[in-house]
Ligand binder design. Structure first.
Ligand code: GLN
Length: 468
């Protein structure tokens, strides 16, 4: 049973649940630094006012939010110096939906600056540590959310995923991470990184909890024109249904690509479990996924450089105190406000979009992206789901990859395609590696078919739990 159902069936006391969360945070967070700020006071009231309603699907459920999701009245910084002091003037749509179902918002979790990264190390607040081994990174960019859930500080956290930022930290911290279909969840009130790739999703300790949270946050929103008017299923109802007859594709390009042995082993074990339950396993080919990382690192920085142009010292957050000219105000505010990785992305994106290079980089990347989408569409005519590992390794050490951005970028090799194709994907724990660190198994599904995705993930989780 998931945390939320258990909490409800025991009719647990909301106040004592919040107390337990706050105590656990007080005990563990000085070392782990999963939170940027605990916003909730002892009585469970968040800064935005009285929260726990009398009813609701998430009544009394404590939830942490990544520091890029707006809550009216909270300082929202995206773990960047440039947004220091910025107070959100409105709620993100996901926040409105959580509140209207009675959730208790506990606080803001740490992240890579503007979600640029795979380790939480680019945060202006310093890194979050992995609860399984504090000398290691929790993954990123939603590393604070993953660590907070893994360390039992909260049962649920929201993150955002542009190239793997929910799933990779979920794998590193041994929790469940779901990236919904592009358009499934409104992005209104999510600070934009790459607008054609970003999605908000839950990090939880079980597939069932992820399904229940998705039910609440999903659905069309007139304030986000990219949110889709596709009916929201009761995802939790699909869980426990048979996986017999489901066709699961194994993309041959994803296998044997240098993943560590425990990752491959965990992957095989999960696939075997599905086969034993009657799923049909088929090898498939997605030749253009070879270019996924390259395409992503053109498209994502291009969109990021455009989105980050709004942080100029005039309207949001940090403003240089003594500029002599307007140009100097922009330059100094941006120079001092952005960290190294943010500057790298802005420079990469601006370069790739500049006239003379646009065709060679951005346009070409978009063509390859379209080709990839075509391949996914073809493959999903033959199979219902695709299975791969989530990340090639377990958690790496803090500092291990910071000097080598390319190595860091490669930790998203399995997760990026789902964002480029806009399809839903989930990571669930698949075992531990030789160092005792969690590794993850990823399933990807057809656009807007989160029900099948979660049903299969639930079956693996269930059988894996039973097996040991
Ligand atoms: N790690 C990837 C990046 O650095 C993905 C980040 C994300 O999904 N926000 O861009």
């Amino acid at each position: 049973m998931g945390w939320i159902s258990d909490f409800k069936s025991r009719n647990s006391d909301i106040q004592s649940t919040i107390d337990t969360c706050l105590k656990t945070i007080a005990l563990k967070d000085p070392e782990l630094a999963a939170f940027v700020k605990v916003e909730c006071d002892d009585s469970g009231r968040a800064a935005s006012g009285a929260i726990a309603s009398k009813s609701g699907k998430l009544r009394g459920v404590p939830i942490a939010l990544k520091d890029n999701i707006c809550v009216k009245g909270w300082e929202i910084t995206c773990a960047s110096r440039i947004l220091k002091g910025y107070v959100a003037p409105y709620h993100a749509t996901v926040v409105e939906r959580l509140l209207s179902e009675g959730a208790v918002l506990i606080g803001r979790t740490n992240m890579d600056e503007f979600a640029f990264g795979s380790s939480c190390e680019t945060s202006a607040y310093g890194p979050t540590r992995n609860p399984h081994d504090p000398s290691r990174a929790p993954g990123g960019s939603s590393g604070g959310s993953a660590a907070a859930v893994a360390a039992d500080m909260v049962p649920v956290a929201l993150g955002s995923d542009t190239g793997g930022s929910i799933r990779q930290p979920a794998a590193f911290c041994g929790v469940v991470g779901l990236k919904p279909t592009y358009g499934r969840v409104s992005r209104f009130g999510l600070v934009a990184f790459a607008s054609s790739l970003d999605q908000i999703g839950p990090l939880t300790r079980s597939v069932e909890d992820a399904a229940l949270v998705l039910e609440v946050i999903a659905g069309a929103d007139r304030r986000d024109s990219t949110s889709a008017d596709v009916p929201v299923d009761v995802y939790s109802k699909a869980l426990g249904g048979p996986v017999k007859g489901l066709k699961i594709g194994i993309p041959k390009e994803f296998i044997g690509r240098g993943a560590e042995p425990a990752v491959e082993e965990g992957f095989r074990r999960c696939v075997e479990l599905l086969a034993r339950e009657g799923a049909e396993i088929v090898e498939v080919s997605l030749p253009h996924t070879e270019y996924a990382v390259s395409v992503y690192y053109v498209v994502a920085p291009c969109e990021a450089s455009s989105n980050l142009a709004r942080f100029d010292g005039v309207r949001y957050g940090r403003r240089d105190p003594a500029p002599r000219t307007l140009a100097e105000l922009y330059e100094r505010s941006r120079h001092d406000g952005f960290g190294t990785e943010a500057k790298r992305r802005i420079i990469l994106g601006t370069y790739a979009l500049s006239s003379g290079y646009y065709d060679a980089y951005y346009l070409k990347a978009m063509r390859v992206r379209r080709q990839m989408i075509r391949e996914f569409n073809e493959v999903f005519k033959r199979v219902d789901l695709l299975a791969t590992p989530t990340a090639p390794t377990g958690a790496f050490r803090i500092g291990e990859k910071t000097g080598d951005p390319l190595q860091m970028y490669l930790s998203d090799i399995f997760t990026i395609s789902a964002n480029l194709a806009g399809i839903p994907a989930v990571s669930i724990p698949s075992g531990v590696n030789a160092e005792g660190l969690p590794v993850g198994f990823q399933l990807m599904g057809r656009a807007f078919d989160e029900s099948t995705l979660l049903k299969a993930a639930y079956a693996v989780e269930d059988k894996l739990g039973a097996a040991g």
